[in-house]
Ligand binder design. Sequence first.
Ligand code: FE2
Length: 195
Amino acid sequence: MLKMIDLPYPLTALEPYYSTKTLDLHYHILYKGYIDSTNKIEESLEKARNEGNFENIKCLEKNLSFFGSGAILHELFFANMGPVIPTEPSINLMEQMIKNFGSYEKFKKQFTEASKAIEASGWCLLVWVPKWKKLEILQCEKHQNLTLWGCKPLLVLDMWEHSYYLQYNTRRPAYIDAFWNIVNWNEVNKRFNNL
Ligand SMILES: [Fe+2]
């Protein structure tokens, strides 16, 4: 059984860039929904195996990918944000960014533009691609589409409307600009170091 992770900070900690009300709904309702749904799907899969009845297998595998990816991405998202305490990419990560994007500013610009251009519901991700030994930025549709196999998410931004609409309405660029103030680079650096 999957269990919800604890938020690593109080609900008010990301103000004014990410409102308490938005974080409350996002964590307690939406994220909880992904955990609960993933657990239900796992139970159904176990039942199917035990009964040898796989008539719903296509639906179950599809839902496992959707809800499971949703659970994982939300945990990465909550952890790669934090209170407004200045943090920055480590020297190692910065060197890799310069190698793969040209500069930190170019990385930030590409990530920002990719986030703005996501169609409907999805995520923007900075990932490490082990096969290519390089960083890439991906636009993910829903929670599971448009990936590169084997990539390791380092920094993720939730671009579903539920993540910004209450506070920013349709002003996606303002939400993305605000996000840069609450990125916890210490967490991103840790993910990069642990590859
Ligand atoms: Fe979300």
